[in-house]
Design a protein around this ligand. Structure first.
Ligand code: FAD
Ligand code: DLZ
Ligand code: SF4
Length: 516
């Protein structure tokens, strides 16, 4: 009897549930490079290269560890181009009597897996992905019966369940659950920011880079230089580097944006975490160990652990709770096509120009660029959530639908009507100016409120509030802003609306073909 163990491109973890409690002699691991996955959207070339290179390295490591591995390369003869097609061929090739697989990260792929037993005629065992701290069933139980699903409460339960940053008597380390009060400072001039670690491509990665250049060279984004970790050992090195160089400053300047600094104190670990080269447990343990050794302060360590144990787990829970309807959410009825500059970076708005340029070069932008620049603009401008959702899925090396979609449709676009974040993350130019050094050299005037030279975020912000007054004016955390709007004289309000209208009409929609 042969058990076939398919391992998907975001399941590259040696401790994966499907590799445990199975006799190597009876098993064949199947790994598949398939055209459907590389092209269901036109992923950034760096993302494709990362996944294919990490898959190839992982297969070599599995063989070294004694596994029989059947690896189907993208250009292998007979490759059907789909997971289902390749699993079907492998079942025949190995006369497999059963399939054992860890549940997929994405709804789309999980639906395929759930059809295999019937179409392939062999039993399929689907295991929970226990690399996450919280199972999808446990999240469902947590959410059941709650009117509002606040991340902070979920996070506290996760702290208690895992014991991370908890004292022996069940209280949070340091006496507080959350130290954000000490974070989010404006960065002083002249800080010496640490650089994230970079890895020189080996021969295997260079082969992948050549393949990606040939097959996907026309996708949005720069393939080279390519410096992501592609093995667990490299990813652990990157983690260690982050813990020693950047973690101590993580909390303080978490919301800052600087034109000369792409990563500030962020970890840039999400590409490795999301394809499985690191587990969330080892990342949190490393951060807590730094606190225990007095190498990093509590505000930094708690803030960092919250991103992973809190936000990352909560986002995944929300995805599985709300799918498949989540993907069609459009509570604000936004219809505008995506502006062309999301693909070209050609805009005079300096904050957006820099964020798109960074994204194109690195397949990375940090959280505040994603939320308060790229996402904020799309929401204020009323961009169709499906169009901005596609964009975010394509352009980041860490983007898989389970994590991208709730962040985009829920957190940044308010398309879910406030299920994930009760209040829209909307901000005007003053917020971006306070948190960045972008505005000083922008063609627009961040202080001006209306007219052709005013910062578009300023009038778009008020125009957004005016457009959605019925929905938000009685929201307890927004009523203040509506009172300010009500106090503005009618002529100014008309200027705001006219400036917004003229600006929005001037936006060039993206040409067809960038996304799919
Ligand atoms: P750090 O700032 O160093 O944070 C540490 C880790 O915390 C991250 O590596 C990540 O694993 C986790 N984390 C932090 N915030 C979140 C969050 N909101 N959701 C899930 N995990 C989080 N993250 C993705 O992994 N993939 C995406 O496709 C993605 N799309 C996003 C789209 C939008 C509009 C927004 C607002 C956020 C998105 N995020 C996404 C969340 C977050 O921006 C990234 O996880 C983070 O920028 C990754 O960079 P980092 O590793 O340097 O993070
Ligand atoms: C994103 C991606 C890409 C570009 N290519 C592959 C691939 O060729 N083979 C593979 O196994 N996985 C790939 N992936 C990641 C998958 O899309 C991801 O594992 C699923 O979406 C998870 O549900
Ligand atoms: Fe962005 Fe406005 Fe600042 Fe220009 S002035 S960088 S558009 S926030």
């Amino acid at each position: 009897m042969t058990v076939l163990i398919p391992i998907l491109g975001d399941q590259l973890s040696h401790g994966l549930a499907s590799l445990r409690e199975v006799d190597q002699a009876d098993a064949v691991v199947l790994m598949m490079e398939v055209a459907d996955e590389t092209t269901y959207v036109r992923h950034h070339p760096k993302k494709i290269a990362l996944i294919l290179s990490a898959m190839r390295h992982f297969a070599v490591e599995l063989k070294r560890d004694g596994w029989r591995v059947d690896y189907v390369a993208l250009d292998a003869r007979g490759n059907t181009g789909s997971f289902t097609g390749e699993v079907a061929r492998a079942v025949k090739r190995h006369a497999a009597s059963a399939i054992r697989i860890v549940e997929a990260g994405e709804w789309r792929v999980q639906q395929m897996i759930l059809g295999w037993e019937q179409t392939l005629g062999v039993p399929v065992e689907v295991l929970a992905d226990d690399r996450f701290f919280c199972s999808t069933d446990d999240f469902r139980r947590w959410a059941k019966g709650r009117k509002s699903l606040v991340m902070e409460y979920f996070y506290r339960e996760m702290r208690q369940q895992t014991g991370l940053l908890m004292t022996a008597d069940g209280t949070p380390v340091g006496g507080k659950w959350n130290y954000d009060h000490d974070n989010r400072k404006t960065p002083p001039r002249g800080l010496n920011y640490p650089a994230p670690s970079r890895f020189t491509p080996d021969e295997m990665t260079r082969d992948v880079l050549a393949l990606v250049a040939k097959r996907f060279g026309t996708h949005f984004g720069d393939l080279e230089p390519f410096a992501f970790p592609v093995t667990a050992a490299q990813a652990r090195h990157a983690l260690k580097h982050f813990i020693t160089t950047a973690l101590p400053g993580f909390g303080d300047y978490q919301d800052a944006m600087l034109s000369s600094q792409d990563t500030l104190y962020h970890s840039v670990l999400s590409p490795a975490l999301n394809c499985g080269l690191l587990t969330p447990r080892e990342v949190c343990d490393a951060a807590v160990a730094a606190y225990d050794a007095e190498d990093a302060p509590i505000n930094a360590v708690e803030g960092f652990v919250r991103q992973i144990l809190g936000w990352r787990e909560y986002i995944r829970g929300m995805y599985w709770l709300e799918m498949p309807g989540f993907a069609d959410a459009n509570a604000l009825r936004a219809m505008r096509p995506l502006p062309e500059f999301y693909w070209t970076a050609e805009t005079d708005m300096r904050c957006l120009h820099i964020a798109v340029k960074d994204t194109r070069t690195h397949a990375y932008a940090h959280h505040i660029q994603r939320l308060m620049v790229l996402g904020n603009f799309a929401m204020l401008a009323g961009v169709d959530p499906k169009a901005i959702d596609d964009w975010f899925l394509i352009v980041y090396a860490d983007a898989y639908q389970w994590v991208e979609l709730p962040n985009v449709l829920g957190m940044s676009q308010h398309a879910d009507g406030g299920r994930l974040a009760s209040k829209p993350y909307a901000g005007g130019g003053a917020y971006i100016n306070r948190m960045s050094d972008y505005c000083g050299r922008c063609r627009y005037d961040v202080k001006a409120k209306t007219g052709p030279d005013a910062c578009p975020f300023n009038y778009l912000y008020w125009d957004f509030l005016a457009r959605h007054a019925r929905r938000f004016e009685h929201h307890p955390r927004m009523a203040n802003m509506y009172r300010t709007w009500a106090r503005m004289d009618d002529a100014h309000k008309r200027d705001v609306r006219a400036s917004a209208k003229a600006f929005l009409e001037s936006l060039k929609p993206a040409a067809e073909g960038w996304a799919r």
